[in-house]
Design a protein around this ligand. Structure first.
Ligand code: SAM
Length: 212
């Protein structure tokens, strides 16, 4: 994705009450931020945040953290966030490869990966959010029976993930190559990218994985 720098976006993010500053200080203490014992679910690479904000509205008994590494993109999510009266969602402007520095072992109940960048070149495979390197990060922070849910329109990335995830020691519990016409569609919340691709008639792939 080509990004246009928005002047002042870093400052706006550093001053926003909805973005967790110094997230490493929250490691092991996220429940205190939310003020309850509810499970914590995260979206890695939330983009403009439509999906995770909709989930937060639907599920007040779940705590959500949206993760996005680019301030320019997060700014768009923040503009939407400011319109909502929600106490169960925060954002973090960090690279997902560092998640182990921000969450204690087992602190996260569910990880959503939606329309992750495909990184089609073999030499960039480690950057894919379903690579064994990223699965090892999720392995540390996810609670024992926690799950990873992954959606994409990109068949190459999906086929890769159907191999890379089991290779990393996980079980793909269920998967579909056409989510919107499958029995996995119930309760599906659409992301920005999903809305666009679905309107173009592209099938959406989804898998749910948990650890052995
Ligand atoms: N999830 C949204 C959706 O489905 O509409 C956005 C999808 S967009 C293609 C992927 C997003 O993931 C981008 O905003 C990108 O900056 C972010 N991203 C990619 N790699 C990341 C990483 N390692 N850490 C945090 N965010 C990342």
């Amino acid at each position: 994705m080509r990004l246009r720098h928005i002047p002042g976006s870093e400052e706006m993010i550093e001053n926003s009450p909805y973005v967790v500053q110094n997230p490493e200080e929250r490691k092991g203490h996220w429940k205190e931020l939310f003020g309850n014992e509810n499970p914590i679910e995260i979206e890695v690479g939330m983009g403009k945040g439509k999906f995770i904000m909709e989930l937060a509205q639907k599920n007040p008994d779940v705590n959500y953290i949206g993760i996005e590494r680019y301030p320019t993109v997060m700014l768009k999510a923040l503009q939407k966030r400011e319109q909502l009266e929600l106490s169960n969602i925060y954002f973090m402007c960090v690279d997902a490869k560092e998640l182990g520095e921000y969450f204690e072992e087992g602190e996260v109940s569910r990880i959503f990966l939606n329309f992750s960048d495909p990184w089609p070149k073999d030499r960039h495979a480690k950057r894919r959010l379903t690579s064994p390197q990223f699965m090892a990060v999720y392995d540390r922070i996810l609670k024992k029976d926690g799950v990873v849910e992954f959606k994409t329109d990109n068949r190459g990335l999906f086929d890769y993930s159907l191999e890379s995830i089991p290779e990393a020691g996980w079980i793909v519990d269920s998967h579909t190559f056409d989510l919107h016409h499958s029995d996995m569609a119930e309760g599906n919340v659409m992301t920005e990218y999903e809305t666009k691709f679905a309107s173009e008639g592209k099938p959406i792939c989804k898998l749910v994985a948990y650890r052995k």
